[in-house]
Design a protein around this ligand. Structure first.
Ligand SMILES: [Zn+2]
Length: 301
C-alpha cells in the first residue's frame, strides 16, 4: 500500500491552514465553486482566508452568499482543529482491524486536551458517513453471504448461526457480495427473506458474472433462474466444491466482527450501517494509494 506513514502524514499537515488548503485542492480542483449554486462565476475571495462570497443574483441576497472551505462538508461548523479530524480520518483508513480506543485517545489527548469523548465519537461517525462508494455492479466470481451482528449469536458456531430467519432480539442482519480479488458491497438488511436477498444480489451483481456462490439459504433459491448460481451446503459439511465456496466473504465477516468487538465505543444497532460503510470502504481501498485524497473529495460533495 502506497499510503504515507502516520509521521509522514502528520508532517504533511502541520497546521489547520495546510488542511484547509488541501480540502480546497481536492474539493475544487478547477477553481472555487459556490456550494449552493455550483457556479464558479462571480465567486470572490473575502479578506478572511478560506472564505468566499457568491454574488450571483439568484444565489445570495444583496451581500452575496458567504461560504467557507468547510461549508457543506463533514467538517462544517466544527470547533475541533482540522488537524485532529485529519489524523482520525487517516487512522481510520489505515487501521485494518478498525479504530481502537487507544489510537483515538492518543490523537485527541496528544493534541487538545479539551476535546472530549463525544466529540471524538462524532468525528469518527462523520468520517464513516463519508465512506460511501459506488462499486457496483460486481463481475467475475462473486460470493454472497449474510451474517448476524449482536445478541448472543456471536458465541455460537457459524453453522448454528444460519437460518434464523429475521434474527432474534437485538440482532441485526448484514448482507454482502464480494468479487474475488475485487470489491465488496455490504449493507444492513431488515429481513433475510427471499425478496430481500434476491433483490440485493440482482442490484449488486452484473448479469455477466461468471459465478455466484452462496450457502443453501432458501432466500437465494431463485437466483439460478437468470444467474450462474451455485450452492455450497454448509449444513451437509460442504465448504469448498471446486470454485464454489464463500470463504472470501466469511473472511471479511470475521474481520468486521473482530473490529466491532475491538471498537472503542459500544456499537448500537442504529449506527451499524456506518460501521459497515467503514469496513467495506477500507476493504475496497486497501490498495489505493490515494485513499485519503479520495475520501476528502467524497466528504465535501
Ligand atoms: Zn452561489
Amino acid at each position: 500500500m502506497g499510503m504515507q506513514t502516520y509521521e509522514q502524514f502528520d508532517r504533511t499537515f502541520p497546521t489547520d491552514e495546510a488542511c484547509k488548503a488541501y480540502i480546497v485542492s481536492k474539493r475544487w480542483p478547477d477553481g472555487v465553486r459556490c456550494p449552493r449554486c455550483k457556479r464558479k462565476e462571480k465567486v470572490y475571495a473575502l479578506k478572511q482566508p478560506f472564505k468566499w462570497t457568491c454574488c450571483n443574483a439568484d444565489c445570495g441576497k444583496r451581500a452575496g452568499y458567504r461560504f467557507s472551505v468547510t461549508t457543506h462538508t463533514i467538517f462544517e461548523d466544527t470547533k475541533v482543529s482540522l488537524r485532529i479530524w485529519f489524523k482520525i480520518g487517516y487512522l481510520m483508513i489505515t487501521a485494518k482491524k478498525g479504530l481502537s480506543s487507544l489510537q483515538v485517545r492518543r490523537v485527541i489527548f496528544g493534541e487538545e486536551s479539551g476535546t472530549d469523548w463525544r466529540t471524538a465519537w462524532y468525528i469518527c461517525h462523520r468520517w464513516r458517513a463519508a465512506m460511501k462508494g459506488d462499486v457496483m455492479p460486481l463481475t467475475g466470481e462473486i460470493e454472497v453471504d449474510e451474517t448476524f451482528i449482536g445478541g448472543k449469536e456471536r458465541n455460537k458456531h457459524a453453522s448454528q448461526r444460519k437460518h434464523i430467519g429475521t434474527g432474534g432480539a437485538g440482532k441485526v442482519a448484514v448482507i454482502g457480495a464480494i468479487a474475488r480479488k475485487g470489491m465488496i458491497v455490504a449493507k444492513v438488511i431488515e429481513k433475510t427473506d427471499t425478496a430481500t436477498l434476491d433483490s440485493f444480489v440482482r442490484q449488486t451483481v452484473s448479469k455477466d458474472a461468471k459465478l455466484i456462490a452462496t450457502d443453501e439459504h432458501v432466500g437465494y433459491r431463485l437466483l439460478g433462474n437468470s444467474l450462474p448460481h451455485r450452492v455450497v451446503r454448509h449444513g451437509a459439511g460442504e465448504y469448498v466444491v471446486g470454485t464454489t465456496h464463500t470463504n472470501t466473504i466469511e473472511g471479511f465477516w470475521s474481520l468486521f466482527k473482530r473490529g466491532l468487538i475491538g471498537s472503542y465505543h459500544k456499537v448500537n444497532k442504529q449506527y451499524l450501517p456506518l460501521y459497515v460503510n467503514e469496513f467495506a470502504w477500507r476493504f475496497n481501498n486497501r490498495k489505493n494509494p490515494n485513499a485519503f485524497a479520495d475520501l476528502i473529495t467524497t466528504c465535501s460533495n
